[in-house]
Ligand binder design. Structure first.
Ligand code: ASP
Length: 323
């Protein structure tokens, strides 16, 4: 067999292998700790994807640290075979403004599979805080300047972005305490070791409902419909005009992943986002599953470009960087 024939046979074998894709478990890397909001979206999605991928197992691997950049960097360098994916959030767009040496290029090193959901955030505090509403919180902050700490999941995390915008808006600096995800941060908030946190409703709704933490406001322009959160004012109506942060989550593959695998995964993603169990569970946690028009890879890439342009200047103005 000459070389040309070998190439034809190899190409045929690769196409045949992709026709069977996935024929072994697919791993979704979550760049934050297990049990946190990104992880919860991923575990719900894994189950819905499985139903639409010939019942193939979808495994979650938590590669937490450095505000989500460790996990994203790992996937950027993974084999582009469709078996390693990344589920990331707005950090995909905020990290370039925060890290001098980001180990990947968000717009060049990934194939964009599509968006999953948008999740509002809540400003919450430890149970023992004396403030019971937003106005009381502002008074407490005023009287405790220099002593307050604010938990987050590291530079580039959603909680970091939200906390940064909150501090910028009220013109008060707090000591930020970074964790590998907001699951461990929530544990410390529950234990009273940290004062405040801004985190996705997917992580806070249950604790608010159970009265384990105090909730002061939501970060979207409109109040939320989720029963446990419906009474919370928006930050905008509380005086922080225009405050509007919602955290999107999306799915990516390493650059160079074969188109056949991307198409199959995108179709599975579209079907998963219509899965009744997935939608119901996400809605109960305050998340809004996105509709078809926003699920395409090309549409999502355009959106991320716009998000990088939107958040970059605000983050750079805050002057926070990591090497
Ligand atoms: N939601 C967290 C954040 O970015 C990360 C996590 O999922 O733990 O702040």
């Amino acid at each position: 067999m000459n070389f040309r024939w070998l190439a034809v046979v190899a190409a045929f074998a690769a196409t045949a292998a992709m026709a069977e894709y996935p024929d072994k478990p697919v791993t979704i890397v979550v760049p934050f700790s297990a049990g946190g909001p990104t992880d919860k979206v991923a575990r719900d999605l894994a189950e819905a994807l499985r139903k639409n991928l010939n019942n193939q197992t979808v495994v979650i691997e938590n590669v937490a640290g450095a505000g989500g950049t460790l996990g994203a960097g790992k996937v950027a360098k993974a084999a582009p075979d469709g078996y390693t994916l990344l589920l990331h959030h707005i950090g995909m767009a905020t990290a370039p403004a925060l890290y001098r040496k980001l180990p990947y290029k968000p717009l060049e090193d990934f194939e964009y599979l599509g968006m999953i959901n948008e999740v509002p955030m809540t400003l919450v505090g430890r149970q023992t805080l004396p403030a019971n509403n937003f106005a009381e919180l502002m008074k407490w902050i005023e009287g405790n300047k220099g002593k307050i700490n604010l938990a987050n999941a590291g530079l580039g995390a959603a909680s970091h972005l939200c906390g940064l915008l909150f501090m910028q808006n009220i013109k008060v600096d707090m000591t930020t305490v970074p964790y590998k995800g907001t699951a461990p941060a929530m544990n410390d908030l529950l234990g009273g070791q940290v004062d405040l946190m801004c985190d996705q409703t997917t992580n806070t709704t249950g604790q608010i409902e159970g009265g384990k933490i105090k909730a002061y406001a939501v970060t979207t322009l409109k109040r939320l419909k989720t029963p446990a959160l419906a009474k919370l004012p928006t930050l905008d109506e509380s005086g922080l005009k225009g405050f509007d942060v919602s955290i999107w989550h999306a799915l990516y593959a390493p650059k160079g992943t074969p188109k056949a695998a991307l198409d199959k995964m995108n179709a599975a993603l579209r079907a998963a986002l219509k899965d009744a169990d997935f939608v119901k569970h996400q809605e109960a946690l305050g998340a809004v599953v996105v509709a078809d028009g926003r699920v395409g890879g090309a549409e999502h890439k355009k959106f991320v470009e716009a998000e990088i342009a939107k958040w970059g200047p605000a983050i750079k103005a805050a002057g926070q960087y990591a090497d």
